[in-house]
Structures are given as structure tokens and as C-alpha cells.
Design a protein around this ligand. Structure first.
Ligand SMILES: Cc1cc2nc3c(=O)[nH]c(=O)nc-3n(C[C@H](O)[C@H](O)[C@H](O)COP(=O)(O)OP(=O)(O)OC[C@H]3O[C@@H](n4cnc5c(N)ncnc54)[C@H](O)[C@@H]3O)c2cc1C
Length: 360
């Protein structure tokens, strides 16, 4: 029997598998497809990302350096309100390669990472969990047992549903596609033209330019996406889409299971970004949970909330501004734009006394 079975090998699952294996546990990590695919993510992250990957991976992953964002309440020809730093704010990275690199780190640490393994059922017993798994290219199913299961299986988590854990407060629908023309510009564009969220343009260096948006369910995302690319007058390719969970459920643990990453909606409500929050929570899980002691799950539940809840709460506040009437958005953007001193994963840095004083 394994100590931990990890369902899903995205950033959260790979990171947890690596850290738990580093701690000497027997770890099985199951990924339904091929690690990193299909792509449904911009890979726009703070420079903290480099703490999670080996130095030698940097050249392979890095695509562009970003110094700020041009906010607009209309299309590309409307007035831009720039927010920027003199130093880089964030990087654009190859997201598929990130997942592969993180999975390799988990393998190197000793985790048994298996692709083409889809978990179809999860059963929680008194002293163990039992997973039913369908293996690509094989008939029937196989079963695996572990002392605990980590649900790192993304926004529509099967583990969450199988164990009757509550759902995130909200799920947005995100779409993106690429124009292959290289662009190593310093700014991303953010258009507050979408209900309760935004549309974006991200220069990705030699990998081209990404256009995307996210919106609540029911919004006509495809039509809004066509409107976005036609205002830029570009043809895009490799269209992809994915779900973005916002607002963590009240409970992310059971007696022998815990959720990490998008499965637990550990995301930034004002950008939808979840790569770094998910890996932060994965590290917390690996350092707090003992598979022989189910009581330690409550330590994880409170530790990840202690670390991320305040940022998530403040992130909700920032997101509310996206729904202000246009005139108020203009007033806000005009008065706040300029050089900023914030960390993109930490809305608390925006609300810090030091930064507010600078703005005033
Ligand atoms: C359009 C869009 C743009 C985004 N842009 C950014 C961005 O720029 N920066 C950022 O930080 N975040 C971004 N995000 C969010 C980011 O992609 C997620 O927060 C991140 O991928 C969460 O990582 P995870 O490991 O929790 O889940 P995932 O990356 O979703 O990984 C879950 C894994 O579980 C696997 N899986 C699912 N079910 C099963 C099963 N039953 N059995 C086995 N395996 C299973 C999946 O195949 C997947 O590999 C974006 C999301 C979208 C939709």
C-alpha cells in the first residue's frame, strides 16, 4: 500500500508528489493524459516560479519578461492606464514544459508517476483509500490502495465529487488562442470589457502573442473572444479553453483525503491564476500531513488557509472593481495608474500602508 496516492499531475500534484517523496513517503501519482496536455493556461506567473524548478530548466521555460499591464475599459484603441515597475513584475513561461519539468522533479524524488491513468472512483475506507483506475490502451480497470489520497485533479475534481466535498463558490470559463508573430513587448494588455472579469493580450516572445478572456458561465465567451481578436485585427490559432475555480469551498479535507490546487480553488480571484497558490498549498500539505495520522489533515486545512485566505479575500476586493460602472473604473484607473510596488500574487502588497501612502 502506498502512503499517498496523488490524483492529477499538474503543478499542484507534481509539487506535492515531489515534496512527499522527498520526505521519504511512498507516493503514487496518476495523470489521466500526458503530463502538461491539453494546454489551457497562459503561464503568466510571478518570478517566484523559479523557486520551484531546477535552474537548468529556466532557459527551456522562459518566454518573456513583463514589467507591467496596460488597463483599458475599452478595446485596443481606447485610452491605456499603465501600471508598471522598473524591474520585472512577472514572466511568461511555457506551461506545458513547466508541468513536464515538475513531473520530472517528482520522479527524480522517487514518486511513481504514471501517465494514461484515469481515476474513475475513489472509496474511503477506515484505514485506507481505494482508487479505481482505467489505464489507457487496456481493457477493464485496476485498483490501487494508499493510506491517503491527494485530490490534485483540477477545477472539476473527481476526488472532490466522489467524497462529497463542497464545490468552489464559482467557476469561470477561460479561453485563449495564439497569433504566432513574435512579440517581446514589456506590457500585457487588460481589457475590462468582459462581465465580472477581463480579456487579455500577452506578448510571449518568440512564441507569439496570446489573446484570451474569462467570464462567468452563461456569458458568450466565444463571441466575446471573436470580438476581442477582431478589434486587434488578428487571426489566432490553437484555441483552447478551461475552467477557473474561484472561492475555495468551506472544507477541503475528509478523513483520508485532501484537495490541493484548483481542486480546492486555491486561486487568485482577480486573475484566476492558480499555479503558485496551488504549489504553495502543496508544500504546506507535504509538511503538515502524516499519512499514518488522519488528525494531521486538520493541520493542513488550517495552515493553507492561514497562508492564502487573506490574499484570496483581498483578491475578491480587487476583482469587484471589474464590475464598477465605466466612469468609476476610469476615475479609479486614472488615479491609481503609474509606477506600482506590488507583488502580483499578493494583493496585500497593494493594500499595504507603504504602497497606499505612495499612491496618495
Ligand atoms: C484560460 C486560462 C488561463 C490561465 N492562466 C493562468 C496564468 O497565466 N497563471 C496562473 O498562475 N494560472 C493560470 N490559470 C490557472 C491555472 O491553469 C491553474 O490554476 C493550474 O493549472 C492549477 O493547477 P492544478 O495542478 O491544481 O490543476 P491542473 O493544472 O488542472 O492539473 C490537474 C491535473 O489532473 C488531471 N486529472 C483530472 N482528472 C483526473 C482523473 N480523474 N484521473 C487522473 N488525472 C486527472 C488533469 O489531466 C490535470 O493534468 C489559467 C487557467 C485558464 C483556464
Amino acid at each position: 500500500m502506498y502512503d499517498f496516492a496523488v490524483v492529477g499531475v499538474g503543478p499542484a500534484g507534481a509539487r506535492f508528489a515531489r515534496r512527499a517523496a522527498d520526505a521519504g513517503y511512498d507516493v503514487l501519482a496518476l495523470e489521466k493524459g500526458e503530463v502538461g496536455t491539453p494546454l489551457a493556461c497562459s503561464g503568466h506567473v510571478s518570478t517566484d516560479i523559479w523557486e520551484y524548478v531546477p535552474d537548468e530548466a529556466r532557459d527551456r521555460l522562459f518566454q518573456n519578461r513583463i514589467y507591467g499591464a496596460n488597463f483599458r475599459v475599452g478595446g485596443p484603441n481606447s485610452k491605456a492606464y499603465p501600471f508598471y515597475k522598473q524591474s520585472e513584475v512577472s514572466n511568461v513561461i511555457d506551461r506545458v514544459e513547466l508541468d513536464r519539468t515538475l513531473a520530472d522533479c517528482a520522479r527524480d524524488a522517487g514518486a511513481d508517476v504514471r501517465e494514461g491513468h484515469t481515476v474513475t472512483a475513489v472509496e474511503e475506507l477506515d484505514d485506507r483509500v481505494r482508487l479505481t483506475v482505467s489505464v489507457a490502451g487496456e481493457a477493464g480497470t485496476v485498483q490501487f490502495e494508499a493510506k491517503m489520497v491527494a485530490g490534485c485533479d483540477g477545477p472539476t475534481s473527481r476526488v472532490r465529487r466522489a467524497l462529497d466535498l463542497p464545490e468552489p463558490s464559482e467557476t469561470l470559463h477561460g479561453v485563449l488562442a495564439f497569433d504566432p508573430d513574435p512579440d517581446d513587448g514589456d506590457f500585457v494588455d487588460v481589457h475590462l470589457t468582459v462581465p465580472r472579469f477581463f480579456a487579455w493580450r500577452i506578448p510571449r516572445g518568440d512564441a507569439g502573442v496570446e489573446y484570451g478572456l474569462a467570464a462567468p458561465p452563461g456569458a458568450e465567451v466565444n463571441e466575446m473572444f471573436d470580438a476581442l481578436t477582431s478589434t486587434y485585427d488578428v487571426e489566432t490559432e490553437h484555441f483552447c479553453s478551461g475552467a477557473i475555480p474561484i472561492g475555495p469551498p468551506d472544507r477541503t479535507t475528509t478523513r483520508r483525503a485532501f484537495l490541493v490546487g484548483d481542486a480546492a480553488a486555491q486561486t487568485k480571484p482577480f486573475t484566476g491564476g492558480g499555479i503558485l497558490y496551488g504549489m504553495t498549498a502543496a508544500d504546506i500539505a507535504a509538511s503538515t500531513i502524516d499519512p499514518d495520522d488522519p488528525e494531521t489533515l486538520s493541520a493542513y486545512e488550517s495552515a493553507w488557509r492561514d497562508e492564502l485566505s487573506r490574499e484570496i479575500r483581498l483578491g475578491h476586493l480587487v476583482r469587484r472593481c471589474y464590475s464598477f460602472p465605466e466612469w468609476l473604473q476610469r476615475v479609479g484607473l486614472r488615479s491609481l495608474s503609474g509606477e506600482i510596488g506590488v507583488h502580483m500574487d499578493k494583493p496585500s502588497s497593494f493594500f499595504s500602508r507603504e504602497h497606499l501612502k505612495k499612491l496618495l
